[in-house]
Every structure is written in C-alpha cells, then in structure tokens.
Design a protein around this ligand. Structure first.
Ligand SMILES: CC(C)(COP(=O)(O)OP(=O)(O)OC[C@H]1O[C@@H](n2cnc3c(N)ncnc32)[C@H](O)[C@@H]1OP(=O)(O)O)[C@@H](O)C(=O)NCCC(=O)NCCSC(=O)/C=C1/CC=CC=CO1
Length: 263
C-alpha cells in the first residue's frame, strides 16, 4: 500500500492528504490508485460526515509529474501507458463527483493541471494567499481530462472558462477569489484550520439533509426545474420521518445545540 496519500478521521471529518511533498504532490500511478481507494473509503466511512482534501509541503498538487513523464515513467509517458494505467471511469475526479458527502479542498499551496481539476471537483475551496491555480494543460500539449472542461463553464460562464482553459493561464489567489473559484483566501498557515472550521460547522448539521442537498445540487445541474422539484420531494419525504428532523425541531425549541445521529 502506498503512503502517497494519508487518511485520518476525527470529529466527523475525514482528511485525505496528498503526500509526495518532494515532488510537489504530483500525480503518480500509485497515488491515483490510493486516492481513489481512500475517497471511496471516506464516502463509506460512517465516522466521516465531511471530507477535507489537502496536501503536504508547498504544493496542493502540481498535476502530472513532468519529470517522470519525460523520462518515460508511468502516467503520461505514452498514450499506451496512459490507457493502461488509468481507467477514467474510476479515478479521483469521477469518485469525487459521485460523493454525497461535502468535500472541502484545503489548498495549502498551488494546484496545477490535474491538481487544479481535482480542486474544482471539491465543493468548497480554501486557498493559501501565495498559492496559484494553473490551468496548464494546453501549455503541456494536452487538454483538461479531469473535470475542468465540465466545471469551469458551469462555475464561471463560457467566456471566462474559455479564457482560462485556452490560455492555460496561472491564476493568483486574488484572481481566484475575484472570479469566485475559491471561497476564501487565508495565510498558508491558516488554511488547514479554516478548512477544518468549515468542515466542523457542516459536520454538526443533519448528515442525511446535507448529503441529500448535495445530491440535489448535482442533479439540478442537469435537469429542468420541474423535474428537479419532483426530485426534491423524493429526497425530502424520508427526512420528515427521520430522528434528525425531530432533533432539529426539539433542539431549536429547547434552545440547545442539536445532536444529529444520521438516523
Ligand atoms: C504553479 C506551479 C505548480 C507552482 O509554481 P511555484 O510555486 O512558483 O513553483 P515552481 O518554482 O514553479 O516549482 C517548484 C519546483 O517544482 C517543480 N515542478 C512544478 N510542477 C511540476 C510538475 N508538474 N512536474 C515536475 N516538477 C514540477 C518545478 O520544476 C520546480 O523545480 P526546481 O525547484 O527544481 O526548479 C508551477 O510549478 C507550475 O505551473 N508547474 C507546472 C504544472 C504543470 O504543467 N502540470 C502538468 C499539467 S498537465 C496534467 O496535470 C495532466 C495530467 C494527465 C492525466 C493524469 C494525471 C495527471 O495529470
């Protein structure tokens, strides 16, 4: 088992940490496999209500390991090895997108290429003030293959997304905040704490309600309003029967914090 990604869970928050700091947390085959496995684990972990994805060292993830790829090692060294090493249906972007639990990207440092797309695949982003998002794909001769072409037009509108994708531009944290690509920019040494603070705030809420809301947000990206409203009712009705609904009402009326059990 690779140590390229670590996993720990406490107080309802699962933290997955990309752990190749000496290589700017660039992507290796073992890292992709491990990250996929751990994202699935976090999705299934009954202790985890919220997931935080972060990196060790100065980068969040600089994307493809260009040194390794140039030497003909692993991912990206040829289309044959790419096809052989990556099953696009079961990689971090697809697993991330399918997760009902909220995912927060704690961008301790820069995210480029695949790393930027992974950050965009999270629900909320907290970014270090010195960090950058680099949409570098077209500068390297490839295209965003991990979600950027899907997320950016939805997040920014066509024109802005086209500008970022076609120029392969590197955006400062200030640019990212201005464009609405990240929720907050904080000093690097406060990223983990701030991301955790948001995670704990979410984890204190009724998990079935939070996850149902995320499912609906995802469905809403693809459907008409009328269809969406039907889906809202389907998600809502079981919640009326839940213990957490009763706890939510009781805690308000009794003027105390709610203790939700996910039942
Ligand atoms: C924006 C950056 C990520 C960070 O910028 P900055 O903080 O100014 O740091 P630098 O001085 O530029 O870099 C520090 C050192 O790290 C080396 N480095 C950076 N990125 C990579 C990388 N991707 N591979 C190998 N090495 C890297 C850099 O050369 C410096 O080394 P030295 O100190 O020895 O000089 C910025 O670094 C940047 O833009 N990097 C390039 C990002 C990039 O092009 N990534 C690939 C994009 S394509 C992609 O990700 C595609 C896939 C495809 C499919 C599957 C899986 C993965 O990715």
């Amino acid at each position: 088992m690779s140590e390229d990604v670590t996993y720990e869970v406490s107080e309802g928050v699962a933290t997955l940490t990309l752990n190749r700091p000496e290589r700017m947390n660039t992507i290796s085959g073992p890292m992709l496999d491990e990250l996929t496995r751990l994202l699935v684990r976090a999705g299934e972990d009954r202790e985890a209500r919220v997931i935080v994805l972060t990196g060790t060292g100065r980068a969040f993830c600089a994307g493809l390991d260009l040194n390794a790829a140039q030497k003909g090692e692993g991912i990206g060294s040829s289309s044959a090895t790419f096809g052989a090493t990556i099953d696009l249906r079961n990689t971090p972007p697809t697993v991330l997108h399918a997760l009902d639990k909220p995912v927060i990207a704690a961008l301790n440092g820069s995210a480029a290429g695949y790393g930027m797309d992974m950050a965009l695949g999270c629900d909320i982003r907290v970014m270090a003030a010195e960090a950058k998002l680099a949409a570098a794909f077209v500068k390297r001769g490839i295209l965003p293959e991990s979600g950027g072409t899907w997320f950016l037009p939805r997040m920014l509108g066509w024109a802005k997304a086209a500008e970022i994708i076609f120029t392969g531009r590197t955006l400062s944290a200030e640019d990212c905040l201005k464009e609405g690509l990240v929720n907050e920019v904080v000093p690097a040494d406060q990223v983990a704490a701030r991301a955790r603070e948001i995670a704990l705030e979410i984890a204190a809420n009724a998990p079935m309600a939070v996850q149902g809301a995320k499912r609906l947000m995802r469905m809403g990206m693809e459907e008409t309003f009328d269809t969406h409203v039907q889906h809202v009712y389907l998600q809502l009705l079981p919640l009326f029967q839940s213990q957490d609904f009763r706890e939510g009402m009781a805690s308000f009326l009794e003027k105390r914090p709610a203790v939700f059990t996910g039942k």
